[in-house]
Ligand binder design. Structure first.
Ligand SMILES: [Zn+2]
Length: 246
């Protein structure tokens, strides 16, 4: 039943969550951390995901990640204890308090990594996509009648577009993942990686247009096939380190 449920609900619109997650606010039980390890807060909730997602953060002495699922994820000021905020939630609407937590964090010159279905988050807070992530999934058709779509289990051939620390050491690679098509993009994003898969818009990793914080967006990352891909793991790690200003 769980497997069945998994197949039925792994789409972008799934709302319930059964994937195993570390204890809320719990310390990450992982490799021993250096005292100057980058403090990463990972916000989840609003979308099912494979527990393999957490493997992306494991095994690094210089990254200390803790998970804060909604509803607590954006409930309090994150500026003090967090150097890099990794967003892997999917909350279409957030309240004014959560909006100010995000805005305060972005304006404080921190690091932000927006991953996969988090590109479909905070749609009632357009400031975020315009000034931070530089893109968002479109659920409701606009005046042009266009809305975004997604497709699972696509093979993407991914190639670098520019030279950038976030993609250092990552050459062309292939990944089995979910694609998004017909999203909205800011003209100010800097695309790092693209694919020519026709079910994708093309950009699969980019730098957001944020004037104050370092922002990396990674469209990839749906399930265990992506989470276990060595190039994807390296990309997320590079993104965290660069976003932290290291
Ligand atoms: Zn997905």
């Amino acid at each position: 039943m769980r497997e069945h449920l998994t197949l039925l609900t792994f789409g972008l619109f799934a709302a319930s969550a059964f994937a195993a997650e570390p204890a809320p606010d719990g310390a990450w039980r992982d490799a021993p951390k250096n005292s100057d390890a980058i403090r990463v807060t990972v916000v989840t909730g609003g979308h099912d995901h494979d527990a393999s997602f957490y493997s992306v953060f494991e095994g690094h002495a210089d990254i200390a990640a803790s998970v804060r699922p909604h509803p607590g994820g954006l409930a309090r000021d994150l500026r003090k204890g967090t150097q890099v905020l990794v967003l892997y939630d999917m909350m279409r609407e957030i309240d004014p308090k959560q909006q100010s937590v995000l805005r305060d964090f972005a304006e404080a010159g921190k690091g932000i990594v927006v991953m996969h279905h988090a590109l479909a988050s905070y749609l009632n807070f357009p400031w975020w996509a315009e000034n931070v992530s530089g893109a968002h999934y479109v659920f409701d058709p606009g005046p042009d009648g266009k809305k975004s779509s997604y497709k699972h289990d696509e093979i993407l051939a991914v190639t670098p577009v520019v030279e950038h620390p976030v993609i250092a050491g990552i050459g062309p690679f292939k990944i089995l993942d979910e694609t998004y098509k017909d999203m909205w993009y800011s003209p100010k994003i800097q695309v790092l990686l693209k694919t020519d898969n026709p079910t994708s818009d093309g950009p699969v990793a980019w730098i957001g247009p944020c004037a104050t914080s370092r922002v990396v967006c990674i469209q990839m990352g749906h399930d265990r096939h992506a989470h276990g891909n060595p190039a994807f793991k390296k990309l997320v790690r590079n993104a965290i380190i660069w976003a932290a200003g290291r």
